[in-house]
Design a protein around this ligand. Structure first.
Ligand SMILES: [Zn+2]
Length: 238
């Protein structure tokens, strides 16, 4: 990132994003998606090759807007007193590769991660899943933390896929969205459907809905239901 690009970011935009990303982390706790300091959220800074991300190793109760870290899209710290999340390289890779992504979330939420541990996609077996994901939730490759491998696996799996969530094999969940809030919603819904389909499987086999029904449900939910465009942008749809 050039110094020129840095100067183009308005301070009020960064302040707002630091607050938004900080506040969204409380949703991960509220929905039971994270344990101790695991999990992280980032948001792309509009109009700049920058992102705002959780600091590494800071407890959820201690997160503040000021403790959020601003990095460039190669995971170099631009602003912040803490080191950024250890998953920063994965988030950065996604933003570099997927121009429409404005938010990325990572959790080890237990039911979804149990599917990841088995390396098994979650079959699109219920209407709420067809609405939100439009497909099975896919499994991405196993990758070690630190370099670009996790990011490459996320991008390779989700490019051209309807699902905003990927189960990284033997690891956990990454979700993407037009905004950080939309990515948080996908993480919450991913855990919800992972739990429901797991519970169904306890007592018998589960099959995906017929493809034509999935297509119709997804199309209606994404394009017709409610105030779709505005809701998706805000991540406030229900
Ligand atoms: Zn992880």
């Amino acid at each position: 990132m050039s110094a020129d690009a840095d100067r183009t970011v308005r301070p009020d935009i960064l302040r707002r994003l630091r607050r938004e990303v900080c506040d969204l982390h409380a949703e991960l706790v509220r929905w039971g998606l994270v344990t101790w300091t695991s999990g992280n959220i980032s948001a792309r800074v509009p109009g700049a090759d920058l992102m705002v991300i959780k600091p590494s190793g800071v407890g959820y109760d201690d997160l503040t807007p000021e403790s959020m870290v601003v990095t460039d899209l190669h995971a170099n710290v631009v602003e912040g007193v803490h080191a950024p999340s250890s998953d920063t390289a994965a988030h950065a890779y996604v933003y570099r590769a997927m121009a429409n992504v404005g938010g990325v979330v990572h959790t080890h939420s237990p039911y979804a991660t149990a599917w990841a541990a088995r390396g098994e996609p979650i079959p699109c077996a219920i209407t709420a899943m067809a609405d939100e994901f439009g497909a099975d939730i896919p499994v991405g490759p196993f990758a070690l933390i630190g370099g670009d491998d996790i990011g490459k696996g996320i991008v390779a799996t989700l490019t051209g896929h309807r699902s905003p969530a990927v189960l990284m094999r033997g690891h956990g969940v990454f979700t993407i969205g037009g905004t950080a809030r939309a990515a948080v919603k996908a993480a919450v819904m991913c855990e919800d459907v992972a739990r429901t389909v797991h519970l169904a499987r306890v007592h018998g086999p589960v099959e995906a809905l017929p493809a034509e029904h999935i297509d119709a449900l997804y199309d209606r939910y994404q394009n017709v239901y409610g105030q779709r465009a505005a809701d998706r942008e805000r991540g406030t749809d229900s």
